[in-house]
Every structure is written in C-alpha cells, then in structure tokens.
Design a protein around this ligand. Structure first.
Ligand SMILES: N[C@@H](CCC(=O)N[C@@H](CS)C(=O)NCC(=O)O)C(=O)O
Length: 213
C-alpha cells in the first residue's frame, strides 16, 4: 500500500494527504521528521518531508509525488482534461510555491519555531510576498476554487500553503498579507473547510499541534 511519510503540520505533507483523500486512494501514514541523519538522507536527498513510498520505490518533492499519483491513479483526476487548463493549474502551483510559499518560509523560524529573523529579512520577505501575491492575484480565479469552477490540484496546494503563510505573516507583521493581496482568500478557506477531505487534514493538523500531556 502507498505510504505517506512526514508529519501533519507540514503544508507540503498536507498537500499530498489532501490529494490522496480527494482521489480516494488508500494509504497509510508514517510520522517522520525532517532529518540530516545519513539513513534518512538515503531516502530523502535533502532530508525533507514529505516522502511517498510506492510499490516501485520512494519519491521526494511534493509536486513529483503529486504527478505520480495522478498518473498511477487516474480515477478522480485532479487536473482538468483540457491540455491548456492543465498547464494553467501547474502555472498556478509554481507561482504559489516559488513566489509565495518559499519566500514566506524564510519567516517560519521566528513565526513557528521560537527563533528570530533579522529586520532585513522581514523587509525583504514583505517586498517579495507583495510581488508574489500580487502576481497570484492576477492568475487566480476563486470561483470558487483557485483555478475556476472545479476543485483541482491547485487547491490541494493552495489551501495548505495559504493557511501557513497567513499564520506566519500575521505573527511577523501583525497582519495577514495573504488577505491583503488576495481579499477572496477568507471566503475561499471557508468554502474549502466544507470538504470532508479538508476537515480530516485540518483535524490531524490541529491534533499534531496541540500541546502534549
Ligand atoms: N519542495 C519541497 C519542500 C518540502 C519542505 O520544505 N518540507 C519541509 C517541511 S514543510 C521540510 O522538510 N523542511 C526541513 C528542511 O528544510 O530541512 C516539496 O515540495 O516537497
């Protein structure tokens, strides 16, 4: 059986988990933390999560994992059939991950892990997020899903990235930069939370974040 490795607080892990749930693929989960341990690096080239264990071997990088799942389990596809519409979905995912999530990630050390980031980084990230989120605004449809009227691959990524980027910017800048540049996002997140798949991902995320003991 397909096995998803990682932990349910990770947005990239939850992107794949949401895809598996939406596609109705049976899978199990193994809780694994990112690590530079040589044994883990043999499975995950940079020691990151998520990983997917398949009957053919292990895969890293969430988008490669996502594309594998689409090819291996074509039932309940998460890309539209039209070739150009499929490309538009991938375009949105690239913009979201390269120009928004990866920039916001530079804040996570302070926002979530008790570290601190310099004033220079705060300023740089804020400028880059303004550019990335404004670009996303030009592409996204929110009608009601990010790429249009159908739930797609983009939503598997977007829901989980928006939740985290929102929380990080609120913590660091005292305002949600996602809503500032994408005013539709609050209604979008509420709409997404009506889906049983999203409810499951959120339930597991909250449980993993709850203080232990
Ligand atoms: N591009 C990667 C990003 C994955 C990623 O950044 N995962 C984080 C957890 S959300 C991680 O493992 N971080 C540990 C590290 O950077 O060493 C993907 O799409 O899978």
């Amino acid at each position: 059986m397909i096995r998803l490795l990682g932990f349910p607080v990770s947005n990239y892990y939850n992107k794949i988990k949401l895809a598996l749930l939406e596609k109705g693929v049976e899978f199990n989960e193994e809780m694994v933390r990112p690590s530079q341990d040589p044994a883990f690096l043999a499975r995950s080239p940079l020691g990151k999560i998520p990983l997917l264990e398949t009957p053919h071997g292990t895969l890293s990088e969430s988008q490669a994992i996502f594309e594998y799942l689409e090819d291996a389990y074509p039932q309940h596809p998460l890309y539209p059939t039209d070739v150009f519409a499929r490309a538009k979905c991938r375009e949105l995912i690239f913009h979201l991950e390269l120009n928004v999530e990866l920039e916001a990630r530079r804040l996570y050390k302070e926002a979530f892990f008790g570290g601190s980031v310099s004033e220079e980084i705060r300023q740089d990230v804020s400028e880059r997020l303004a550019r990335g989120l404004s670009g996303l605004q030009r592409l996204a449809r929110f009608s009601p899903f990010v790429a249009g009227s159908e739930f797609t691959a983009v939503d598997c990524a977007a829901f989980n990235h928006f939740v985290l980027v929102s929380a990080a910017t609120r913590k660091i800048y005292g305002e949600c930069l996602v809503s500032k540049y994408l005013p539709e996002v609050a209604a979008y997140l509420e709409e997404m939370k009506k889906r049983p798949s999203v409810q499951k991902v959120e339930q597991d995320r909250m449980a993993a974040m709850a203080p232990k003991g």
